[in-house]
Structures are given as C-alpha cells and as structure tokens.
Write a new protein. Structure first.
Lengths: 304, 175
C-alpha cells in the first residue's frame, strides 16, 4: 500500500489550518491527560467520580452475566470431585469423625471465652458486618487489581471498609459510586495487610505481587521464621481489618521473603461481606481519659 | 419510490448513513473497552486491551478516518472502565496516534507486515506506559514481567482483530 495522500493538505489553507488545529487539540489533550495522572499520584481516588457513569451503566449487565455464569465457573471443581471419589469419600468421613471432637472442644472454648470476657467487662459488640454483595467484574486488562462490587454509597459502603468472604480476606473498598464500589484486592501490588501467623503471634506484612500471590515479610529480625504450610490471619494492628480473618497460606520461602496464596479466591467466592472498618479498642476504656484509637479512618485509601 | 424490501440491499448510487460511516468505528472501540465489564474476576492482568487493539486496527486500516485527537475521548472512556488512573489512556493513546502519524509520514510503502510491526510497537508503548502510570499512582512495585505475557498475546491477537475490523468496514461503507 502506498503512502496515504490525505496527510499533506497541499496549498489549501483551510485544510492546513484544520490539520494544524487537530494537532494542537491532540497535544493539549494529551497534556491534560498527563496532568490528570499527576493529580492521581497525590489523590488516587480524586477523579474516580467520573467512573460513576460507566460503572452505573455497566452494572446491570455485569450483574446479570454474573448470575448466569456463577454456576459455570465451578464446573471444573465438580468434575475433579469425581476423580477417585471412593477413596476420597472414606478419607473425608474419617476427617469428619476427627473434626467432630474438635468442634465440641471449640464450642467449650468459645463458651469459656464469653464467660471470661464478661468477667473482664469487655464489651464485644459484633456489629461489624454491613452487607453481603457480589463481585461482578474486575480490571482484567490493567496491571492493578480492582474488582467491582454490586453495592455502593447508597447501600452504606464507604471507602476503606474491609471486604471478606467466608474463606478469608478479599481486600478493601477503594472508591465508591452510588450503586457500585471498587474493591482493592488483596493481591494488588498496592495492598498492604498486617498479618500474623495463626499458630503463634509472629507478625508480618503481606503485600500483593499482582499475579495472584502474596509477598510476606516477617517483621522480626533474624532468619525468616516462616515455612510452607503456615496459615496467616490478620493481626488487627493499625485498624481497618478485624483481627483473625484468614488471609493466606505460605507456599514457598525464598530468603527474606515468603510467598503465599490467598485463601479466598475472588473469582470463586459466591458472595462477599463488607464489614465496617475496625477500630482498635483498648480494653476497659476509662471514661476519664479517652483511649487513643488509631487508624481506621475511612479515607485512607492511598497506599504508598 | 424504492421498494421497502430493497432498503438493505446494496445498490449503486446510494450512500450509507453518516451515523454508520462515522459512528460504527467509535462504537466498536468503545465496545472493545467495555470487555472489562464481563463478570471475570482476574487475579493477574490477562485480558488484552481490546479497546486499544480495535483503535489501532481502524487507524491502520483507514488512515483518513480520524485525526489524532480521537485518542482523547476514546482514551477517557477506556480509563473509566479499565481501572487505570483517569488520564492514562487519554495521554498514551493520543501520543501513540501522533507517533503512528509520524511513522506513516516517513514510510513510502506500507503493507500488512509493516502494519503489524507498527501495531506491535504501539501496543508495547501503551502497555508499558500504563504499567508506569499504575506504578506511580499507588500501585507499589509492579514488575514489568507481570504484563509481558499480556503484551505478547495482545500483539499476536492483532491480525485477528484487524481482520474483523476489515469485515465491519466492508459492511460500513457498503450502501
């Protein structure tokens, strides 16, 4: 194909001006775009309000499609379950027998726990759950990991609220529109969660790697205390996330860093729970001297 | 008076509507950007940026269709859906279109292979730029390897997309 002729307007003044003006508009617009990105460096959710239009328009479509495919997405799991069904059945039955005793023990412990808390006069209000909704779409073409939730400002969702499934933590609300909200997933590279090992209390920081895995760094000095198979739960330090939400299991240890996988897979969970941001309560708050509570401000969506 | 049944039959001496001529390319690019509304919760960047692919296809198929500023409104629409910071695709797509203009100006002969090469460079530019913008706007330490597979199959997907655009184009200009 030869060079297209239309780019050189020749001696036609009007065409020359029109071409020039188009480049002026393009360069100005590109500069404005760059300026918007620079604004986003300092205020990541600043212009996110513009997204409300598209988010609201695409919401019914995404939600409808999600309802259709939610059964299909677990087909492979159902098929895999048929593989060695007999031996699996026996193993599971033994497991249930073993777990039954543990459940009874756990119930006793919970009862004892409640009694002790009463003795300590520690008020443990469990009004943390706000609502249950579905994740309907995600930023599948971007390097960031956002998922769109089918509930927004009008349902009471605020930026900063933690989002979890029954299996574990999903992430936290990043920005909201009237009927949808963007959830910053646990695996996003900007998502930082304070965690601790479930068996003992070794604290660590979990950062997303962007590819579905988590980078976990222990806060203690010395050699890496983690080993494959360790379970991590949120520690509740710094607010936002309730303590003891399951987060990840460690699969690989590499020098200072341990790599983990989230326990809750956002593409598999059916519904997620939005919780109110958690505030650390100092036990037995004295009315005379109000205890300082830290973190948990709803607007701290920015993560360095 | 033309028979009603002949309205959709191509005939000599009739022109397609202006909406079809100017609107269809814009609508296809916007539909490409809307692919992220599919109910797929991705754990890593896997989906090729279809909006960018379709924009490039139209630009290389029909150089006279758009001026470079078309990257602004279409880029803004893509930003609203993609999860990138607002302004990212606005900037990258417009700069990319101006770059294609400059390359086209210098090339004397251009065929399908050169088109693919140009598209490849444009895709690498836009996705690397998008990664950089994601990193500076709170994305933390995003590694380049993370988007490399996505980049690879986006470039491989270009021939297919350009063919579909050509098919739509044949229908578009047919009266």
């Amino acid at each position: 194909m030869a060079r297209p002729p239309s780019r050189r307007p020749g001696h036609n003044r009007k065409a020359q001006y029109s071409l020039f003006a188009s480049y002026v508009v393009a360069v100005t617009g590109a500069a404005i775009g760059l300026l918007l990105v620079i604004v986003a460096i300092f205020d990541p959710t600043g212009f996110a309000g513009i997204r409300a239009v598209t988010a609201e328009v695409t919401r019914p479509v995404s939600a409808g499609l999600k309802n259709m495919v939610s059964g299909v997405s677990s087909v492979d799991e159902v098929l895999a379950a048929y593989w060695r069904a007999g031996s699996q059945n026996v193993a599971l039955r033994r497991q249930v027998e073993a777990d039954r005793n543990r459940i009874i023990e756990a119930k006793a412990v919970a009862q004892e726990n409640a009694r002790l808390k009463k003795l300590l006069k520690l008020v443990d209000e469990d009004a943390s759950q706000l609502l249950t909704a579905r994740l309907i779409s995600s930023s599948s073409s971007s390097a960031r990991r956002f998922a769109r939730l089918n509930a927004g400002r009008w349902q009471g969702v605020l930026p900063g609220m933690p989002v979890r499934a029954t299996e574990g933590l999903i992430g936290r609300v990043h920005s909201t529109t009237p009927n949808t909200s963007d959830v910053l997933l646990l695996t996003d590279t900007g998502s930082i969660v304070p965690v601790r090992r479930a068996s003992d209390n070794i604290p660590a920081i979990s950062t997303g790697a962007g590819d579905g895995s988590l980078e976990i760094r222990a806060l203690s000095a010395g050699r890496n205390p983690f080993k494959p198979g360790d379970l991590l739960v949120t520690s509740g330090i710094g607010g936002i996330y309730q303590p003891n939400i399951p987060v990840a299991v460690i699969v690989r240890v590499q020098g200072e860093i341990a790599w983990g996988f989230p326990l809750a897979n956002p593409s598999r969970v059916d519904a997620v729970v939005v919780e109110r941001a958690y505030e650390q309560v100092v036990t037995r708050p004295d009315p005379a001297a109000p205890a300082p509570t830290q973190g948990a401000e709803p607007g701290n969506a920015a993560t360095p | 008076m033309i028979d009603r049944h002949l309205y959709h039959v191509p005939r000599l001496g009739r022109n397609p509507s202006r909406f079809r001529l100017a609107g269809i390319p814009v609508i296809t690019v916007m539909l490409g950007s809307t692919v992220t509304a599919l109910p797929l919760i991705a754990q890593s960047p896997v989906m090729p940026p279809f909006g960018l692919l379709i924009l490039l296809s139209w630009r290389l198929l029909r150089p006279e269709l758009w001026r470079a500023w078309i990257g602004l409104p279409l880029g803004l629409f893509d930003d609203m859906l993609s999860g990138q910071p607002i302004g990212s695709a606005m900037f990258l797509w417009t700069v990319m279109l101006m770059g294609v203009d400059a390359i086209e100006h210098r090339m004397i002969w251009r065929s399908y292979r050169q088109d693919w090469l140009i598209a490849g460079f444009a895709i690498i530019f836009c996705m690397a730029g998008g990664l950089f913008f994601a990193r500076i706007t709170g994305g933390g330490d995003v590694r380049f390897l993370l988007v490399a597979p996505q980049m690879f199959w986006t470039i491989l997907l270009f021939p297919l997309v350009v063919r579909q655009c050509a098919r739509i184009d044949r229908w578009r200009v047919m009266a």
